[in-house]
Write a protein that binds this ligand. Structure first.
Ligand SMILES: Cc1ncc(COP(=O)(O)OP(=O)(O)O)c(N)n1
Ligand SMILES: Cc1ncsc1CCOP(=O)(O)O
Length: 205
């Protein structure tokens, strides 16, 4: 089962190509296994260019590139997969567009019922959170830590945790059973991204 650090980029933190590619490269050198391109802007040309460049970089490091929300962008750059929220494309739609081998992840908040629906629909991983206060998505609902151990026992796909995870609280998440920790701010807003990626990845060694 895939385990380790799942980095999520944020277009506000890493607005231009140079900062994005430099940060992603540092995190990959530090052992990040999965990178999610999360860009909330409407500039399609920029999104296509950045996602394409990230795919090349991730594959140079044997890492996986996931595109947030946008199935068409994932198809266009031949990313490894897509992450969908409850108001995005369904797992079935993403599967039809991206094919059998695509990695499809689904946000389940704090709900095992949503996780069951996602797994039954063919999701390849399920994501829960937020667990702590998050500067990136302050309005996300808070999930109970216990959902991680319950999901770990019940489902065969990787359980990903997201939301306010830092080097100081990540052990609570890994102890609760998450296979991957998804981090934006505490990874990409740190002065030494490579070191932080190594520290967070070490929780799985
Ligand atoms: C790994 C992971 N988990 C959850 C989310 C949140 O996705 P979503 O619900 O689609 O919200 P936005 O990211 O689009 O704001 C995620 N992106 N990644
Ligand atoms: C996208 C998302 N979904 C739930 S919390 C969150 C943001 C995670 O960012 P951070 O690691 O900075 O709290």
């Amino acid at each position: 089962m895939l385990k380790g650090l799942y980095g999520v980029t944020d277009s506000h933190l890493l607005p231009d190509d140079n900062s994005l590619l430099h940060a992603a490269g540092q995190a990959l050198h530090g052992g990040m296994k999965v990178l999610q391109y999360r860009d909330k802007s409407n500039d399609q040309q920029k999104r296509l260019r950045q996602a394409g460049a990230l795919k090349v970089l991730c594959h140079q490091h044997q890492a996986i590139l996931i595109i947030n929300d946008d199935v068409e962008l994932a198809a266009a750059v031949e990313a490894d997969g897509v992450h969908v929220g409850q108001s995005d494309a369904s797992v079935a739609e993403a599967r039809t567009r991206l094919g059998d081998y695509a990695i499809i992840g689904v946000s389940c908040g704090g709900s095992l019922e949503l996780a069951q629906q996602a797994v039954s629909a063919g999701a390849n991983y399920i994501a829960f959170g937020k667990f702590f206060e998050s500067k990136t998505k302050p309005d996300a609902k808070t999930a109970e830590l216990s959902v991680l151990s319950q999901a770990r026992q019940r489902f065969d796909v990787p359980v990903v945790a997201i939301g306010g995870i830092t080097i100081d609280n990540a052990f609570q998440i890994t102890e609760a059973g998450a296979d991957m920790i998804a981090v934006v701010n505490n990874l990409f807003a740190t002065p030494d991204i490579q070191l932080r990626a190594r520290e967070l990845s070490a929780l799985y060694q």
